[in-house]
Design a protein around this ligand. Structure first.
Ligand code: CA2
Length: 149
């Protein structure tokens, strides 16, 4: 069976490529989806790529991943810095988690330096823009022991 990786995106990431290109780049969410799907195919993985602006929806999707997925990649957006609910759901999933950010959060405002999600993550990719999405799929593939095609 082909392993499934959930790639979840949090609030405002639907605006990618449409606002603040100096911070988040020119690629749209559809562009980063394409990059991630290309890497997933190379690793013989199925990618389930989603975005929501709602914390509870993200929590529900993490619960769903527990049943269906072999790993979770998550860019929780601003919920990174605030959401114990998302942290608890990730811990409960018992799945390998890759935390992902477009920007280098450590070069930004101090409130972005703390991540609740990092407590559940096996690793963190940040600061590589859209390319980070491909790197995150590589990392997830390694965590579930999936060989490259
Ligand atoms: O760098 C990242 O990927 C972030 O997760 C993005 C979040 C931010 O709150 C985190 O600290 C770091 C914000 C997502 C907002 O996305 C936008 C994209 C384009 C235009 C405006 C917002």
């Amino acid at each position: 069976m082909v392993p499934i990786v959930f790639l979840l995106n949090g609030p405002n990431l639907n605006l990618l490529g449409k606002r603040e290109p100096q911070v988040y780049g020119h690629e749209t969410l559809e562009d980063v989806r394409a990059l991630a799907e290309e890497r997933a195919a190379a690793h013989r993985l199925t990618l389930d790529f989603r975005q929501s602006n709602h914390e509870g929806v993200l929590v529900d999707w993490i619960h769903e991943a527990r049943e269906k997925a072999a790993a979770i990649i998550i860019n929780p957006g601003a919920y990174t810095h605030t959401s114990i609910a998302i942290l608890d759901a990730l811990l409960a999933s018992e799945l390998p988690v890759v935390e992902l950010h477009l920007s280098n959060v450590f070069r930004r405002e101090p409130f972005r330096h703390h991540s609740y999600v990092s407590l559940a993550a096996r690793g963190l990719i940040c600061g590589f823009g859209a390319r980070g999405y491909a790197l995150a799929v590589d990392a997830a593939s390694g965590l579930i022991g999936q060989p490259k095609a």
